[in-house]
Design a protein around this ligand. Sequence first.
Ligand code: HEC
Length: 259
Amino acid sequence: MTKFKLALAVTIFGCVFTVGTVSAVHAKGDKEVYSKACKICHGSGMMGAPKFGDSGAWSPRIAKGFDTLRKHAIDGYMGCPPKGGKMSLSKEAVVGGLAYMVDQSRGILKFASSPSGDIFMSMLDKKCIDKTGSNSNSAEAHVWSCSDNNKNQIFDVIARGSTGTEKFKFISLKNRFSGKCLGVAGASKADGAKIIQWNCLPVGNQAWEVVKSKTDNSFSLRFKHSGKCLHIEGKGNGAKLTQWTCNSKKPNQRFELYN
Ligand code: HEC
């Protein structure tokens, strides 16, 4: 599942930014172009080039938006030569090389405002973070069967850290359907406080640190204001989201990206 979906995500990406529409023509990230034209500098981080696979180095670049990176890869930018110096490459090929490099370097999070957004699946019973029907402030969050096209489950990641490589240290999750952000009700610091949506604000009870697991691809989400973690109470569709004292061994506090 993961491989296929990843390829699909890159496809959509390449196309959106290449021709402004989704088609299957300008396929996916192109490893070959990367190896031929970009690796010589980006593979080692030569002359300050953001290094392949280094999400810290790529985060502030990614925060500029793919459109800007695409333009810079084609036209050149500071020490980066146009088309990596291989002028015979087509624009599409350069974008393919770029898409491959970025996709392998963005860490566990996709682009802020990537066309596909992010869906968060629980390690407990493979249900996904979902926002209940209502679009108003205070609507509670819960988990539900995962779906690729339910906007209640799709979130854009907003950088909440300071500038530079710290930018993505803290993130907020903005729901695609309501445009509101998940946070702890009343900025409570107590175990069991519920997670609701509210207008997006740069506040600690809407800011999470992504804490990666040392053993697998999962991660937990730790609130900046309380130091507590996103937590699922109970099981199955409709189980509520709360904050709770962090315990990285608990599957109901660990999540993976669904797509
Ligand atoms: C001759 C070395 C070199 C090659 C080859 C090269 N780059 Fe770069 N690239 C750099 C350097 C150096 C920077 C950092 C520029 C800076 O910010 O000072 C950079 C930065 C970038 C950035 C970030 C731009 C931004 O807006 O922050 C992108 C995107 C990029 N390169 C894409 C590519 C792609 C795609 C290829 C291959 C087709 C490629 N580069 C080949 C040296 C290179």
